[in-house]
Design a protein around this ligand. Structure first.
Ligand code: MLT
Length: 325
């Protein structure tokens, strides 16, 4: 048997079992879940709900950290650079797919610099306004916007965010311009809409449903082809004011590229358990959405969906001639 100096032998013995057991017992400490938008908004709502359920499965706390700005690219940049050990994940949405077309200097590759954990939900969006706007229907609202000749204001969560994308498509299809007011997320944007500081927003049902139902803002229409059961009075834009209009904000979970398989498997499993959790399902239902089918809540399905979405929105954004930086 070869001779190993004592210090090396101790080092080797100390290192090997620790490395194996640290991996085999993942997670041994809390997991940080980065939300690349402000607290209190739609992504934050989805992330906290999923994180709470995942923490029960993982046996460790999942700590949500809001890191908003630049349409979510600051937060996703932070995730891309984090240690790929499974202890940092992100919940973000469609904006991860729109970012490459909008940001020339994006410091990461949205597909190849991440491990794809799985899709979570598809959230319908709603066209809403401050409460004292006189418009009664979606058509009234679009006529009012057109009559303002660019002076109507809309809130959004940064270039490429879901609220920004929805407004861009709306302006593109109606040929009416509005003036954008950017926030770190539609949580703070909603506070200002409630205060009447801007006119209009296109935001996810997870952020607007309760405010519409309780009469604090006006809701005009939903942006999906199907009506939303939690908001039965709202027609679809497609069926009335804007035939063909369709956009929704899909959410998913990512980690930095290179997470050990055992940790990825545990994260994927905890996500899939969360999507079957009755508490998660009920809460999402009350906010106008539902978990995705289990068959697409996995890394391979998310990777191929994201790749297709990057292509799809790249074409739309190029046609609209918009840039983020
Ligand atoms: C968005 O418009 O992209 C979202 O509402 C961001 C957020 O979660 O605040």
């Amino acid at each position: 048997m070869g001779y190993l100096p004592h210090a090396l032998l101790v080092g080797a013995l100390a290192f090997a079992p620790v490395a194996v057991s640290a991996q085999s017992t993942f997670p041994t400490k809390s997991v940080t879940l980065i939300v690349p938008a402000a607290a209190g908004g739609p992504t934050d709502t989805v992330a906290r709900l999923i994180g709470e359920s995942m923490s029960r499965t993982l046996g460790q706390t999942v700590v949500v950290e809001n890191y908003g700005g630049a349409g979510g690219t600051l937060g996703m940049g932070r995730v891309a650079k984090a240690a790929p050990d499974g202890y940092t994940v992100a919940v973000w949405h469609i904006a991860h797919a729109t970012a490459p077309a909008l940001y020339d200097k994006l410091p990461y590759d949205v597909v190849n610099d991440f491990d794809h954990i799985g899709r979570i939900t598809d959230v319908p969006m709603t066209l809403v306004s401050k409460n004292d706007l006189t418009a009664k229907t979606a058509k009234d609202l679009l006529d009012w916007i057109a009559a303002q000749k660019g002076k109507a204001t809309y809130g959004h969560a940064g270039v490429g965010s879901a609220s920004h994308l929805c407004a861009l498509i709306l302006m593109n299809e109606t040929k009416a311009q509005m003036t954008g007011v950017g926030y770190r997320g539609t949580g703070p944007a909603m506070n200002d809409l409630l205060g009447g500081q801007f006119d209009v927003m296109c935001d996810q049902t997870t952020n607007t449903t309760n405010h519409i139902k309780e009469g604090r803002i006006k809701g005009y229409a939903v942006t999906t082809k199907a009506k939303v059961s939690s908001l039965p009075d709202l027609p679809t834009l497609d069926s009335g004011a804007l035939p063909g209009f369709e956009v929704s904000a899909w959410h998913a979970m990512w980690a930095p590229k290179g997470v050990p398989k055992e940790a990825t498997d545990k994260l994927v499993n905890a996500l899939q358990v969360a999507l079957k959790d009755a508490k998660v399902i009920d809460r999402l239902d009350s906010l106008g959405t539902a978990p995705v089918d289990q068959s697409i809540a996995n890394p391979a399905a998310l990777k191929s969906y994201l790749t297709a979405e990057v292509q799809r929105w790249g074409t739309v954004i190029k046609a609209a001639g918009v840039k983020g930086n």
